[in-house]
Design a protein around this ligand. Structure first.
Ligand code: ADP
Ligand code: MG
Ligand code: MG
Length: 875
C-alpha cells in the first residue's frame, strides 16, 4: 500500500509532531478539542524528506494524495478551488517539528486569479477586500515561490501611497489595490519572464514546493545550527482554509501569549490589528493595539478568545503562543504552540506552574532550555550606574538583558564590526529574516517600528539577546547612517546602551556587573540539584574564577591548567631560564625560584574551594610557547644565563616543531624533564599540607592529573616519581594529606587501552578537545576555516569541538569508561573539555555513566540543569 503522505486536521493530534510538524499537530489537536479552526490538511515532514531524496521534486504519488485531499477539503468547506460561485481560498504554511519562527514563509489567499477576485468582490460587496487579498497573494507568492524581491513590491506600495497622499495601507481604495495588483503582476512577469499563474492547482503545487525548498534556505540553516535542530527532520506543509481579518472594521487579526513572554507575569499578553491580515502584526508595518483594547472592539470574540486561552493552557499545561483572526466578529484559531520565552520568563512560568499545581518539580526542571540560562549569567547593568543615568528614549522592552556597544545600521556591518572585535548595537527601522546573522553578532538590537511580537522581538528573545523595539521617537536616516533621538544626532560608531527589560535607551556606556542566581533561578536550580546524579565541577585556574564558579554551584575544580601560572610576570623569566638550561642542575635552580610562587597559587585555589576536590593538570603545552620573541627579552635571558644571544637563539630554534599539537608536550615533557613534574608535585603537596593544617575540618585531597597519556608505561613512569616526591613531602611534614594521581584521557589510544591505563590511574578525566582533534584529525586551531564548507555541503551540522561527536568520539569515551571500570569498578571518571557545558553533550556523559562534568564557571548552572534533565529523562 502507498504510504500516507497527507492528513486531514481531523486525522491528527498533538503527539504526531514528528510527522505533522508542530503547527500541523497543534491545528489537529485544537480541532479535536473543539476549537474553531479553519479546516485543512497537512503534508507530512516525510514528504519533505522524500522531496529532497527525489532530487527536489514532488513525486507523482505525493502529488496524487495532495489532489485527493484538496477534494476532501472542498467537501468539508463546501467551497471549490477556482470556483465561480463559491471559491476556496487557502493559506500554505510551513511547520517543522520544532518551531522556527520567521524562518519559513507563509502564503495567504492562494486560489485567487482575476476571475475569482471579481467573483468574491461582487459576492461580498467588498471589492476593496477582494483586491487587497489578491495583491497580498501576488506579493507573497512571488516572494516565496519565485524569490522575487519583496522590496520591489514594497516600493510600489509606497509609491502608490505617496500618489494618493495617504500613510497607511488601509487607506488605499479598491481601485488603488486593483492597480497595485496589476503592477505586481507586471513586476512578476518582468522578473520571471512568465505570466503569474492563474490555475489554483498549479499555484498550490508551486507553493508546497517552495515550503519544502525553504527548509534549506541559508537563514533556516543558521537557525537550525544555533538551535540543535537536525537537517534531516524536514518541514511539514499545512494547507488551510482562509479566515479573513481584512474584510472591514469588524475584522482583525492578532497574536497573543497566555502569559508575558518577557517576564512570565500571568495574564493575557498580545497585540491586535483591525482590518488586517496575517503578518501585518508581526511585520511592524502598522503599530498594533494592545490585546486588552480588543475587548472594547470585539466583546464577544474577546470573551470567546479568553476562554480558548484558558482551555489551551490547561490542555498543554504550559504558556501558549497563539495566532487568531476575527472575521465579521467570529473568532478563528490559526495556531497555538508552547510560547518562546526569555530565560527569566521561563523560570517564572515553570515555578508558577508548580505553584498552580499544573506541573511537578521534575517537569518544571525539564521545561527550561539550559542554553537559555546563558543570558541570565551575562552581565547586567550596574544598578547604581543605571539609576544615575537618564534615558534619552524609550521603546518596548522586547527582550531583556543589558547591551552596550557602537551603533551600526545594517546586518552586514554588524557582522563585519563584530568580526573585528567591536561590540555593536544594530539599529534598524525594523528587522527581517535576512538580518539574522547580523542580529546574532550584535550585543543588542534597537528598532524604530514594531511591537512585542515583531520579528526583531521574537528572534531576539529566541537568541537570548537584548532587544528594544518600536522606539517611534527615533528619526531615522539609514542612508546617511545616522539617527536623531532626544534632539541629538547619533552616528555610526557612537556608543549607546540598551535595557531590554525596561526598553530604555541611554547615550554612551553604562557599567555592567556580573549576574547572580537568586529568586526563581535559585528555586529551579535547587530542584535541579535534587534530581541530578552527576556532579558538576568547573574549569578554573585562578581563585577568582574558582570563587565565581562556586557561587554558581560548582562542586569542585575539574581542571586547573597550570601553564597559565608560568606566564605570570614574576615567574616567566625563571621559567625561560629553566627552558634554556643545559643541565638538570641548572634547570632545578630555575625551578626552585618558581616553586614557592606556584605553591602560593595552589594554596589560594585550595582556600577558595574550601575542601572541595581540585584536579590539577601538570604542564601541558610545548615549551616553545614560553620562549621570548622580543629581541630585548632574548638579551635579558642571555644575560641571566650567562650565555650569548646566539646561544639562546639556537636553543629557541631547536625547540621548533612541525606539528606542536602532536609534539613534545603533555606527559612527554614530564618524561624528558622529570624535574618539572617534581617541582609541581612539591608545590601541590606543600600547598595541600598548609591549607589542611589551617582548616582541619576540610578534607583537602588534590588530584594530580598527567596529561596526554596514551600508554600505561608513560603514566607509570611519571607517576613513580610524582608519588615518591609527594611521599617525601608528606613524610617531612606533621600533617597527613591524601592525594590521587590520575590521567586525562585525550588520546584515542588511551581509550583503546583504558583497562591497562586504569591499573595505574586513580581517576580518568576526558579531555574532549584534544580527543576530538585526534579522533577526527582536525586541528582545533584550523578547523574553523573549513567547517563552513562542511556545513554547506551537509557533511556536518555542528562544530564537533562545541558539540560532542557522540557517534565517533563518544564511542571511544564509552569504551574507555567500560574498560576502565573493568579494571577498577570504582574508578572516578569525569570530563573537562568544552563539551562539559554543552547540554546535549552533558546528557551523553550522564548516559555513559560519568561521575562529573566540568566546564567554565558561567556554564556551571547550564550543566547542573542539563545533568538534572538527563537524570529525569531516564526515570
Ligand atoms: P509563522 O510560522 O511564520 O508564524 P504562519 O503559518 O503561522 O507563519 O502564518 C503567519 C500568519 O498568517 C498567521 O499568523 C496568520 O495571521 C496568517 N494565516 C495563516 N493561515 C491563515 C488562514 N488560514 N487564515 C487567515 N490567516 C492565516
Ligand atoms: Mg512568518
Ligand atoms: Mg505563526
Amino acid at each position: 500500500m502507498a504510504r500516507k503522505w497527507v492528513y486531514l486536521f481531523t486525522e491528527g493530534n498533538a503527539n504526531m509532531r514528528e510527522l505533522l510538524g508542530g503547527k500541523g499537530a497543534n491545528l489537529a489537536e485544537m480541532t479535536n478539542i473543539g476549537l474553531p479552526v479553519p479546516q485543512g490538511f497537512t503534508i507530512t515532514t516525510e514528504a519533505c524528506t522524500q522531496y529532497y531524496e527525489d532530487g527536489r521534486e514532488i513525486n507523482p504519488e505525493i502529488q496524487g494524495q495532495i489532489e485527493e485531499y484538496i477534494g476532501k477539503m472542498e467537501e468539508i468547506t463546501g467551497k471549490k478551488f477556482g470556483d465561480k460561485e463559491n471559491p476556496l481560498l487557502v493559506s500554505v504554511r510551513s511547520g517543522a517539528r520544532a518551531s522556527m519562527p520567521g524562518m519559513m514563509d507563509t502564503i495567504l489567499n492562494l486560489g485567487l486569479n482575476e476571475e475569482v477576485v471579481n467573483v468574491i468582490a461582487e459576492k461580498s460587496g467588498n471589492p476593496r477586500w477582494a483586491w487587497d487579498c489578491y495583491r497580498r497573494f501576488i506579493q507573497m507568492y512571488s516572494d516565496v515561490v519565485m524569490e522575487v524581491g519583496k522590496k520591489y513590491f514594497e516600493e510600489l506600495i509606497d509609491k502608490m501611497k505617496e500618489e494618493k497622499g495617504v500613510k497607511q495601507d488601509v487607506e488605499l481604495s479598491a481601485d488603488d489595490l486593483k492597480k497595485l495588483a496589476g503592477q505586481f503582476k507586471e513586476e512578476y512577469k518582468g522578473k520571471i519572464g512568465k505570466d503569474f499563474p492563474d490555475d489554483p492547482r498549479e499555484q498550490l503545487m508551486g507553493a508546497v514546493k517552495a515550503v519544502f525548498r525553504s527548509w534549506d534556505n541559508p537563514r533556516a540553516n543558521v537557525y537550525r545550527r544555533d538551535n540543535d535542530i537536525p537537517y534531516s527532520w524536514g518541514t511539514a506543509v499545512n494547507v488551510q482554509a482562509m479566515a479573513f481579518g481584512n474584510m472591514g472594521d469588524d475584522c482583525g487579526t492578532g497574536v497573543a501569549f497566555t502569559r508575558d513572554p518577557a517576564t512570565g507575569a500571568t495574564g493575557l499578553f498580545g497585540e491586535f490589528l483591525t482590518n488586517a491580515q496575517g503578518e501585518d502584526v508581526v511585520a511592524g508595518v502598522r503599530t498594533p493595539m494592545h490585546i486588552s483594547q480588543m475587548e472594547e472592539k470585539f466583546p464577544e470574540a474577546f470573551k470567546q478568545f479568553n476562554d480558548v486561552c484558558k482551555t489551551l493552557e490547561k490542555h498543554y499545561r504550559d504558556m501558549q503562543d497563539m495566532e487568531f483572526t476575527v472575521e465579521h466578529g467570529k473568532l478563528y484559531m490559526l495556531q497555538t504552540r508552547n510560547g518562546k520565552r526569555t530565560a527569566q520568563a521561563a523560570l517564572k512560568i515553570a515555578c508558577d506552574l508548580v505553584d498552580e499545581g499544573m506541573r511537578s518539580e521534575e517537569e518544571a526542571v525539564a521545561m527550561i532550555d539550559p542554553r537559555n540560562l546563558d543570558t541570565l549569567l551575562h552581565p547586567q547593568f550596574d544598578a547604581a550606574a543605571l539609576k544615575a543615568a537618564t534615558p534619552i528614549g524609550k521603546g518596548l522592552g522586547a527582550s531583556p538583558g543589558a547591551a552596550c556597544g557602537k551603533i551600526v545600521f545594517s546586518a552586514e556591518e554588524s557582522v563585519e564590526w563584530a568580526n573585528r572585535g567591536e561590540k555593536v548595537i544594530l539599529v534598524r527601522l525594523e528587522t527581517s529574516p535576512e538580518d539574522i546573522t547580523g542580529m546574532k553578532s550584535a550585543q543588542g538590537i534597537l528598532t524604530v517600528r514594531g511591537g512585542m511580537t515583531s520579528h526583531a522581538a521574537v528572534v531576539a528573545r529566541g537568541m537570548g539577546e537584548c532587544c528594544v523595539s518600536g522606539c517611534g521617537d527615533i528619526i531615522m536616516d539609514e542612508a546617511n547612517k545616522k539617527f536623531t533621538l532626544a534632539g541629538k544626532e547619533f552616528h555610526e560608531g557612537d556608543f549607546i546602551s540598551l535595557d531590554g527589560s525596561t526598553g530604555n535607551i541611554y547615550d554612551g556606556v553604562i557599567e555592567t556587573v556580573d549576574a547572580t542566581i537568586a529568586g526563581e533561578f535559585g528555586r529551579i536550580m535547587g530542584w535541579a540539584d535534587k534530581y541530578r546524579t552527576m556532579k558538576v565541577r568547573t574549569n578554573a585556574d585562578t581563585p577568582t574564577d574558582a570563587a565565581k564558579a562556586r557561587e554558581l554551584g560548582a562542586e569542585g575544580i575539574g581542571l586547573c591548567r597550570t601553564e597559565h601560572m608560568f606566564f605570570e610576570e614574576d615567574r616567566i623569566a625563571a621559567f625561560r631560564e629553566m627552558i634554556c638550561s643545559d643541565t638538570v642542575e641548572e634547570r632545578k635552580t630555575a625551578l626552585d625560584k618558581i616553586l614557592p610562587l606556584q605553591q602560593g597559587d595552589f594554596e589560594a585555589l585550595f582556600e577558595a574551594m574550601e575542601g572541595d576536590p581540585v584536579t590539577i593538570r601538570f604542564l601541558d603545552p610545548p615549551l616553545h610557547e614560553f620562549v621570548p620573541t622580543a629581541e630585548e627579552d632574548i638579551k635579558k635571558l642571555a644575560e641571566a644565563k650567562g650565555k650569548t644571544v646566539e646561544d639562546i637563539k639556537a636553543i629557541i630554534d631547536s625547540l621548533h616543531e612541525f606539528n606542536p599539537m602532536m609534539g613534545h608536550r603533555g606527559c612527554r615533557l614530564a618524561v624528558a624533564y622529570p624535574e618539572i613534574a617534581e617541582m609541581q608535585t612539591r608545590a601541590v603537596i606543600r600547598a595541600a599540607i598548609n591549607v589542611q593544617k589551617a582548616h582541619p575540618d576540610w578534607e583537602v585531597e588534590p588530584e594530580i592529573e598527567i596529561p596526554l597519556v596514551g600508554e600505561v608505561k608513560e603514566l607509570k613512569y611519571v607517576k613513580n616519581f610524582v608519588v615518591a616526591t609527594a611521599e617525601e613531602e608528606i613524610a617531612a611534614s606533621d600533617t597527613k594529606v591524601k592525594y590521587l594521581v590520575g590521567t586525562m584521557i585525550e588520546i584515542p589510544r588511551a581509550c583503546l587501552v583504558a583497562d591497562e591505563i586504569a591499573t595505574e590511574a586513580e581517576f580518568f578525566c576526558f579531555g574532549t578537545n584534544d580527543l576530538t582533534q585526534m579522533t577526527y584529525g582536525f586541528s582545533r586551531d584550523d578547523a574553523g576555516k573549513f567547517l563552513e564548507a562542511y556545513y554547506d555541503a551537509k557533511i556536518m551540522e555542528n562544530d564537533p569541538f562545541a558539540k560532542l561527536d557522540q557517534v565517533g568520539v563518544g564511542k571511544l569515551m564509552k569504551m574507555a569508561v567500560e574498560l576502565g571500570k573493568q579494571t577498577n569498578p570504582n574508578l572516578p571518571v569525569g570530563i573537562c573539555g568544552e563539551h562539559g557545558g554543552d547540554p546535549s553533550s552533558v546528557e551523553f556523559c550522564h548516559k555513559i555513566g560519568l561521575d562529573y562534568v566540568s566546564c567554565s564557571p558561567f556554564r556551571v548552572p547550564i550543566a547542573r540543569l542539563a545533568a538534572a534533565q538527563a537524570a529525569i529523562a531516564e526515570k
